[in-house]
Write a protein that binds this ligand. Structure first.
Ligand code: TYD
Ligand code: MG
Length: 451
């Protein structure tokens, strides 16, 4: 058996034959860790296959199994594909184990055999959680184990339909001498589970911990190896959680589901827009409602702006929570240039309450109008919602799926929408007659219409 020493960056996965103080790939300091890889004699052996004529390739029939959580099924593209491997990433304490135990319960209740492997908690701890979630336990097997070869041997014996590994960072292969959680270990674990699950047609879920500081090398470096990547996000001190698909070989991505954590586990929220607008203040300057898209789903969310004179003259603050920092800086420059305000002596804060993050350019106009509302100290009427992308000349540009957005706005009782001129013609909105379209060509016009 040959051994090979490599140094892997624990932040980004970069590998080098010698130690370096700074990772040349991600620029982090002292993140390279020595990892000894024993290259086993047999290596990875894939079955030898010959080229096949395109027209002779058989159409794969994908059997999907659904959970009882409709929102989860939607995020994963209509159910879990048999034999697929899903990575579920998220911060510690966010609810990954809870979610997967709930899913295990659902699969087990449908008669699928589930093996839940935990390297983090004892069987008693899992059962305690299970009791809160109403797990009955027929068809659900628990295993407290961290040795990968033993895990696979047990799975081989039990022959489950669903395998859950909680977590990929606690499992280790005895083929490698590096410690659990290192890049080479998490890759090896994923690789072995992948090959095992594919040959046996077992659907598997790998839980991966990710920390806020961005030390997500482990799970991040697995994204290309798995079929589906789901991220579970939320603020610790908020009760809601957002589940998103980042990659899906069998379905659409960037679908989103919102859950609330209560004493009986995670409950799906069927109407996220209403949920995120629940605590919106009425008649306060600086708050607007944007109509954005998350995946295929429209979402109404609040954007808040606060402008106040700075204590840091010469270097006023530009803070954003839930919005892109650079894009916001660009929009602030546009407001100065086109609408005549000056932020020279002002701190500007922008916030998306509830811990949501909005990445879509269609939120531009709403960000601008939130700032203008704050500067004018005039509230935006509560029945108005906004969408539109803004270009560097201050022009408002059309965005995708205007009708989807209007329908969502109408269903929540909004009856005025400020939107890009020509994004939607009036006869198209046939289905939703009681919503008034306020079209604007540029940001000056939008600001005049609104105030
Ligand atoms: P957990 O699933 O253990 O998080 P992770 O696996 O991502 O580390 O759950 C985290 C939190 O959820 C924990 O602090 C307790 C809370 N919780 C509830 O509020 N209600 C419940 O029914 C359960 C099971 C957990
Ligand atoms: Mg856990």
């Amino acid at each position: 058996m040959k051994t090979k020493t490599t140094f892997s960056c624990q932040n980004c996965g970069f590998q080098s034959p010698k130690w370096l103080g700074r990772c040349p790939s991600c620029g982090e300091w002292e993140t390279l860790v020595e990892e000894i890889e024993e290259q086993s004699a047999e290596g990875f052996s894939f079955p030898v296959s010959d080229p096949v004529l395109y027209k002779d390739v058989k159409e794969a029939k994908k059997r999907r199994i659904k959970t009882g959580i409709e929102e989860f099924n939607r995020v994963i593209g209509g159910g879990v594909v048999l034999g697929s491997i899903v990575l579920v990433g998220g911060e510690p304490g966010i609810g990954k184990s809870t979610l997967l135990l709930q899913i295990s319960r659902d699969f087990a209740e449908q008669g699928e055999k589930v093996l839940y492997i935990s390297g983090e908690e004892s069987l008693e701890q899992i059962k305690l959680r299970g009791q809160r979630l109403g797990v009955q336990g027929e068809n659900l097997y628990l295993l407290a184990e961290t040795n990968l070869e033993r895990i696979i041997a047990q799975a081989e014996k039990l022959k489950p339909q669903i395998l859950i590994l909680d977590s990929v960072q606690t499992a280790f292969s005895s083929k490698l001498s590096s410690s659990p959680g290192t890049i080479s270990q998490v890759r090896e674990v994923t690789n072995q589970i992948f090959r095992f699950a594919k040959t046996r047609e077992i659907s598997s879920f790998l839980i991966g911990h990710i920390t806020k500081e961005g030390s997500l090398a482990g799970p991040k470096s697995l994204e290309h190896m798995v079929d589906v990547v789901l991220y579970f996000e939320g603020e610790r001190d908020h009760s809601y959680r957002v589940l998103r698909a980042l990659k899906n070989r069998f379905g659409p991505v960037s679908e989103l589901a919102v859950f609330e954590m209560d004493e009986k586990g995670l409950q799906a929220i069927a109407n996220p827009s209403a949920f995120f607008l629940k605590e919106r203040p009425k008649d306060e300057a600086g708050s607007v409602v944007v109509c954005t898209l998350k995946g295929s789903r429209p979402l109404l969310a609040e954007i808040q702006a606060l402008v106040s004179s700075t204590l840091f003259s010469g270097n006023p603050r530009r803070m954003t929570v839930g919005l892109d920092h650079f894009r916001t800086a660009m929009l602030l420059a546009l407001i100065e240039r086109k609408l005549g305000y000056s932020f020279a002596g002002e701190d500007v804060y922008l916030n998306v309450p509830g811990g949501l993050s909005l990445e879509e350019p269609a939120t531009d106009l709403a960000v601008i109008l939130a700032v203008v509302s704050c500067m004018k100290n005039k509230a935006v009427p509560p029945d108005v919602t906004i969408f539109g992308e803004v270009g560097l000349s201050g022009e408002i540009r059309s965005v995708s799926q205007p009708l989807t957005r209007l329908k969502e706005a109408a269903s929540l009782g909004f009856n005025k929408v400020i939107l890009p001129k020509g994004n939607m013609n009036n006869k198209d909105k046939g289905g939703i007659p009681d919503i008034q379209l306020l079209e604007a060509k540029n940001i000056r016009e939008a600001s005049q219409i609104l105030f």
